[in-house]
Design a binder for this molecule. Structure first.
Ligand code: NDP
Ligand code: 8X3
Length: 259
């Protein structure tokens, strides 16, 4: 089945300054979508836009700083994106993070709050802001970047796992709400992906981050992005509601084959 082009789409991507968000942006630019990208690190966002324009000549890329946890920042990102790129037709909720590996009895509540705010509350708030327009236009796709951690929770990651379980539940509830409309809700649950995720989780400790992927072949951000682009470019009557994307060396969250 041939891929559908996305030339008439405007994709809003959160957390586009690195990793999966940047890779998804690249795939969507290749498929023809205009892009409105947001993240906190403005220099990295500018680099991302440069790379996109270099790799996809003619790419329509707009960037504006975004802290998904700040209501004012969300509002100004949306206003700027609508003015520069047009109304959102693909909303990619990608911004997210894990902080630390801790037992619940030893939880750092500020870190737990940041994970829940970034991974869950911002998804609800941005959806609240952008869905009315998508529903009124009866066109759109909501992409959720969940995680295998949402369905296979593991020790020392309770707050992160809970946040990703919430993303999965949010996606299923939204799908039910939107039944009968031409809006899709597509949830992707990756396993181990070698991005800056572990570096962020271990507060910049390179050794600890590298250990996560030692001796096994993890997914790349591009591997995940290709799956997202595949789903988005299916004909509109085809909804790939959920996709679990694991490294072949990984059996869920509980077993990793290391050479
Ligand atoms: P990265 O750390 O490379 O990317 C995270 C992105 O989120 C960055 O662009 C970062 O931008 C952005 N971000 C974080 N906090 C905020 C915020 N408050 N406001 C706006 N943007 C923010 O990791 P990944 O690409 O791996 O992570 C992307 C998503 O994929 C996350 O939701 C993660 O949970 C999920 N995931 C990752 C897996 C993995 O193994 N890597 C596996 C399964 C799911 P900036 O810092 O510039 O704001
Ligand atoms: C990131 C994958 O297994 O480190 O969501 O939680 S895992």
């Amino acid at each position: 089945m041939p891929s559908r082009r996305l030339d008439d789409d405007v994709a809003y991507v959160t957390g586009a300054s690195s990793g999966i968000g940047l890779a998804v942006s690249l795939e969507l630019a290749r498929a023809g979508a205009a892009l409105a990208l947001g993240a906190r690190r403005e220099a990295r966002l500018a680099e991302a836009a440069e790379r996109l324009r270099a790799e996809v000549p003619g790419a329509r890329v707009f960037t504006h700083p975004l802290d998904v946890n700040d209501a004012g920042s969300r509002a100004s990102w949306i206003a700027a994106a609508e003015a520069a790129a047009g109304p959102c037709s693909i909303l990619v909720h990608n911004a997210g993070l894990a902080l630390g590996r801790r037992a619940v009895a030893d939880e750092d509540l500020r870190e737990a709050d940041t994970m829940l705010d970034t991974n869950v509350r911002s998804v609800i708030a941005l959806s609240r802001a952008l869905l009315p327009g998508m529903i009124a236009r009866n066109k759109g796709d909501v992409v959720l970047i969940g995680s295998v951690a949402g369905s296979e929770p593991y020790a020392l990651g309770a707050a992160y796992c809970a946040s990703k379980a919430a993303v999965q539940a949010f996606g299923r509830a939204l799908r039910a709400e939107l039944l009968g409309k031409d809006l899709r809700v597509l949830t992707f649950d990756p396993g181990l992906v070698n991005t800056e995720f572990s570096l962020v989780r271990f507060a910049g400790e390179r050794g600890a981050a590298d250990k996560v992927y030692a001796g096994m072949r993890p997914l790349s951000a591009a591997d995940v992005a290709e799956c997202v682009a595949f789903a988005l470019t299916r004909p509109r009557h085809v909804s790939i509601d959920r996709m679990l994307i694991l490294a072949t060396d990984q059996l869920g969250t509980q077993a990793v084959h290391r050479r």
